[in-house]
Write a protein that binds this ligand. Structure first.
Ligand SMILES: Cc1cc2nc3c(=O)[nH]c(=O)nc-3n(C[C@H](O)[C@H](O)[C@H](O)COP(=O)(O)OP(=O)(O)OC[C@H]3O[C@@H](n4cnc5c(N)ncnc54)[C@H](O)[C@@H]3O)c2cc1C
Length: 471
């Protein structure tokens, strides 16, 4: 839904979008449901004129906004949900993947601050330092942004960008009060889906060679779990009785992958349970179908937990997440595409902005045994020993064709293997922090995103706490 109109007036911007639904929708499906086009034009007030605009307040957006503000930049962040945190809060994810490689803190700086504050505020579940009590995490994020003096709004959705010759000149947002615009020197795409970069004209890839993407999950919160019974005699994996239940026809899909239930309170559990197959999180029609299906499938999992596993007999569903969990959508193509060979070689880059180590974790796109076995094989084999990691070059965060846009989080420039590793939240803190610092440098030095000195960026990132042992 990008527009190239250059029709600026003082304090307002004219936004135009033609056939808005069809431009955002997935190719093919849009044509099938198109009812013709409308021309849509509005004069929109510029409400914020800042150094750095951040679209999306998930782990990547929070880290980017705070890092930029800590460098002295004036930052505005727009979040479409009612809280910061993305999948870790609105998405009800029950836990963080590792912040370390088993030896070094990899998500140093903003990521480590968040982890420390979460623990200090009682935001992790009993006996764990990685499970998440989402309501505490929401407050941790609020405070972090307030302290850094980041301006932010909830229920503010990026719906379009104005751009010309690879340069974005305004972001168009939709809020309860109507449409408004934000102008910035640098625009940071932390939407998880690469909305801003794609609408501004950056090339991207999606899924495998057939367009298949990892299944999503609607996470959930459950009460009245007897955790002592669950853990009695050493807890077996939640997957341990799946074959029995599949044989007994408990499930509609023969899905052999069940990440499971995680203790987030005295009697509560956060469920990363069930998969939504065929999800395209850049298409609201696909999201709607997935939500409807996921809510139904939780009835099947409730039966499974109650009848096949110990300690869950009384469990009760409290809530499903406000944000459907999408593991994969667009991968915005940047000046470098991080790839499986880099994982295998524990790559070092001259422009690296951090290092990460989570295994290759490509959830199956289809619920058949062969797809599950391919996932399990990669997850077992494509992993590191303690102290090992791969470098993340700055070039992965710089979208091709664009001069004042940077990307962080799960949609950075990688192949599918690397996306499945770097997408977890500590990885998003690392890339988010890097683009925040880089964006502040662009604003201060009046340069575009390719004019940033890698050496100076690394110096600032190290000072902020990033793990950069090779420079
Ligand atoms: C089911 C599931 C389980 C997972 N399990 C784990 C786990 O156990 N541990 C772990 O560390 N990671 C896990 N991950 C991965 C991780 O949660 C995500 O990849 C990570 O949150 C991505 O961060 P992000 O900031 O890029 O995107 P998100 O967390 O999705 O945040 C993006 C934010 O941008 C906002 N946004 C999007 N579009 C717009 C727009 N147009 N305008 C305004 N705002 C917008 C969204 O509302 C959201 O708040 C899991 C992911 C899924 C889906």
């Amino acid at each position: 839904m990008s527009s190239n109109r250059r029709d600026f007036l003082k304090g307002s911007v004219a936004a135009a979008a033609v056939g808005s639904l069809s431009t955002v929708a997935a190719p093919g499906r849009a044509a099938a449901s198109s009812q013709g086009d409308v021309v849509f034009q509005r004069r929109v007030t510029v409400r914020h004129d800042v150094d750095v605009f951040v679209a999306g307040g998930g782990p990547a957006g929070v880290a980017a906004a705070v890092a930029a503000a800590r460098q002295g930049a004036r930052v505005f962040l727009a979040e479409r949900n009612s809280c910061l945190g993305g999948m870790g809060t609105a998405g009800m994810l029950p836990l963080f993947m590792p912040f370390t490689d088993g030896v070094h803190m990899l998500a140093g700086g903003v990521g480590a601050d968040i982890q420390r504050r979460l623990q200090e505020n009682g935001g992790t579940g009993p006996g764990s330092d990685v499970t998440i009590r989402a309501e505490v995490l929401k407050r941790v994020y609020d405070d972090l942004l307030l302290e850094a003096k980041v301006q932010f709004l909830f229920h503010a959705q990026l719906i379009a960008v104005e751009s010309d010759a690879g340069q974005v000149s305004a972001a168009i947002l939709s809020g309860k009060s109507g449409l408004f615009a934000v102008k910035a020197r640098v625009y940071l795409d932390c939407t998880g889906d690469g909305d801003l970069a794609a609408w501004a004209g950056a090339p991207f890839e999606k899924g495998d060679e057939h367009g298949n993407m990892m299944a999503g999950t609607l996470c959930s919160l459950w009460a009245d779990i007897d955790w002592s019974a669950v853990n009695q005699g050493g807890r077996a994996s939640d997957e341990s009785r799946l074959e029995d239940a599949i044989r007994d026809k408990v499930f509609t899909h023969e899905d052999r992958h069940l990440p499971g239930m995680f203790r987030v309170g005295q009697h509560t559990g956060g469920g990363n349970i069930g998969h939504t197959f065929g999800l395209d999180s850049t298409d609201e029609r696909s999201i709607t179908a997935a939500l409807v299906g996921a809510r139904k499938s939780l009835l099947e999992y409730e039966r499974y937990y109650k009848e096949y596993l110990k300690g869950f007999a009384q469990m009760e569903l409290v809530a499903t997440a406000a944000q459907l969990g999408a593991r994969e959508s667009r991968r915005v193509l940047g000046d470098y595409v991080l790839n499986l060979e880099d994982f295998k070689s524990r790559a070092v880059f001259p422009d690296e902005i951090g290092r990460y180590s989570y295994p290759v974790d490509i959830h199956a796109a289809k619920p058949d045994r062969a797809s599950y076995e391919r996932y399990a094989e990669d997850f077992k084999n494509l992993r590191y020993g303690a102290g090992e990691s791969y470098g993340i070059p700055y070039r992965c965060l710089v979208p091709q064709m664009l001069t004042n846009v940077l990307v962080a989080g799960r949609c950075v420039s990688t192949d599918r293997y690397m996306q499945s590793s770097i997408r977890v939240m500590p990885g998003c803190f690392i890339t988010g922090q890097a683009i925040g610092v880089a964006a502040a440098m662009c604003a201060q030095q009046d340069c575009d995103t390719r004019g940033v000195s890698a050496t100076e960026l690394q110096r600032r990132l190290k000072h902020a706490g990033a793990f950069l042992p090779n420079c």
